[in-house]
Design a protein around this ligand. Structure first.
Ligand SMILES: O=P(O)(O)OC[C@H]1O[C@H](O[C@H]2O[C@H](CO)[C@@H](O)[C@H](O)[C@H]2O)[C@H](O)[C@@H](O)[C@@H]1O
Length: 251
């Protein structure tokens, strides 16, 4: 039997300094635990308080960098998010204050959504999540669907000129040409983050380009969850330890 190569446990991140670091934090699986249905996720009051404290302490050098769309982040987190820099849809949409930068809606997306919905009609355990720049197929409620769902996702992506984004118990079809690393680089090129050191915290494959960019720009990445091959130098075990570390960083 083939065994997976051993991945070392990453050490916990060192303390950071609110005068010189910027924080880029993923949402699902990093700030909130993963649940069966993507629509059931809401920020709790402690998380809202934490984001508010970090935003103030770091002089606006806090960004959420998520696979969710900006519209979803607004709805799930509430008013505090309007003050925080956001990169949504795996880096496609970037918003700071009143300024929003986003590519056109992917041309093939409507056709892909129709194909995904048609497939979903025969697989009611699969959840379809429509977003502004992509459509996700979730198989968390029926892990046995992993291979067939992935196969169908690659076929639909090819038919409609989209990219496949693998995630945790889900596969997403999204427009090509962006990733979270590019979004971090864009935000790092502008005040108030310019000339600071980026710290990126994330758990999923979509976070890897951002974890890599953090190291390239003089900061570091923090992988959340079980060890795996990653550009991150440090690790935290779960959402609880991420929040604890961030509260320390906010003091
Ligand atoms: O970059 P993120 O903020 O971590 O977003 C990545 C994807 O997260 C969501 O899916 C994940 O969370 C769901 C709710 O807990 C869970 O059911 C699913 O299995 C996870 O993969 C979200 O639904 C996706 O749109 C994001 O791309």
């Amino acid at each position: 039997m083939l065994s997976r190569p051993h991945q070392p446990v990453l050490p916990p991140p060192p303390p950071i300094d609110c005068a010189s670091h910027s924080l880029f934090v993923d949402f699902d699986g990093t700030l909130v635990p993963l649940v069966d249905h993507p629509e059931l996720v809401r920020a709790d009051s402690e998380l809202v308080e934490l984001l508010d404290a970090l935003h103030t302490r770091y002089g606006g050098r806090l960004a959420l960098v998520s696979g969710r769309s900006l519209a979803q982040l607004d709805a799930m987190i509430g008013p505090v998010v309007s003050r925080i820099a956001l990169a949504g849809s795996h880096g496609a949409e970037v918003r700071r204050g009143d300024r929003l930068v986003e590519p056109p809606r992917p041309e093939g997306l409507d056709g892909a959504i129709a194909d995904v919905r048609a497939y979903g009609a025969g697989h009611p355990e699969m959840i379809v999540e429509e977003k502004s720049h992509g459509v996700a197929m979730h198989y968390r409620r029926a892990p046995i669907l992993e291979e067939p769902v992935k196969r169908r996702a690659y076929a639909i992506a090819e038919r409609h000129g989209l990219e496949v984004q693998l995630g945790k118990m889900m596969v997403e079809l999204r427009g090509p040409g962006w990733d979270k690393g590019q979004a971090v680089a864009v935000l790092m090129g502008e005040p108030p983050m310019a000339a600071s050191l980026p710290v990126v915290i994330g758990d999923d494959l979509t976070d890897e380009p951002a974890l890599k960019v953090a190291g390239e720009m003089g900061g570091f990445g923090v992988l959340v969850g079980a060890p795996r091959e990653s550009a991150a130098l440090y690790g935290l075990t779960d959402v609880g330890s991420v929040r604890h570390w961030l509260w320390e960083a906010a003091r």
